[in-house]
Design a protein. Structure first.
Length: 185
């Protein structure tokens, strides 16, 4: 995977030591990516949140949210760069009173972030539980998260991986996991 992981500044406060780590999708990464290109898989945008969980990253860094540089506000191809590399949002015009619109790619990144947050809450609530049912849910979730290795984002199976993982997450949140077959894991 050409995306990089970074160990950022060491932060000390109230006698606690933490290291900030994040996933960076660079403009030269073919996969995973969030481009508008024929080889791009939109599910990779959700995959980013799950991979961040797998690696215990604190965040995701993307170099450009709104780097609009051309006269046509709907144009996503700029120079020799991959289409969509320069922004995750669209502008209605080049006027000062323009409106800014989200993209499908940005909304899917948001979904991956929401999954990441749900997982953080579930891990905190289920990890040390003495309840057998909650331990089963925790173990199923962790097994699925462990499938989100760096190489899992570079294959054609990303869609299946993300769909199955999100189904398990949804089933845990709704309480359906114990009624579901374990064959999904």
């Amino acid at each position: 995977m050409k995306g990089k992981s970074h160990k950022g500044d060491i932060i000390t406060s109230t006698n606690q030591l933490s290291i900030t780590c994040w996933l960076e999708c660079r403009c030269h990464s073919i996969r995973p990516n969030n481009f508008v290109a024929g080889y791009a898989n939109l599910m990779e945008n959700i995959w980013l949140g799950w991979h961040a969980q797998h690696m215990n990253y604190n965040g995701f860094l993307r170099w450009a949210f709104d780097n609009w540089t051309v006269n046509d506000p709907s144009e996503q191809r700029i120079g020799g760069y991959t289409s969509g590399d320069y922004s995750l949002s669209y502008q209605s015009s080049n006027q000062l009173d323009m409106e800014i619109y989200s993209s499908v790619r940005l909304e899917l990144i948001r979904e991956g972030i929401e999954d990441y947050d749900k997982i953080c809450i579930l891990k905190e609530n289920l990890r040390d539980s003495n309840d057998k049912r909650e331990r089963i849910m925790y173990d199923m979730l962790m097994r699925k998260i462990n499938e989100f290795t760096a190489l899992s984002g570079t294959t054609d199976t990303v869609t299946t991986l993300v769909v199955k993982a999100r189904q398990i997450l949804n089933d845990i949140v709704t309480g359906e996991i114990l009624n579901s077959s374990e064959q999904r894991t």
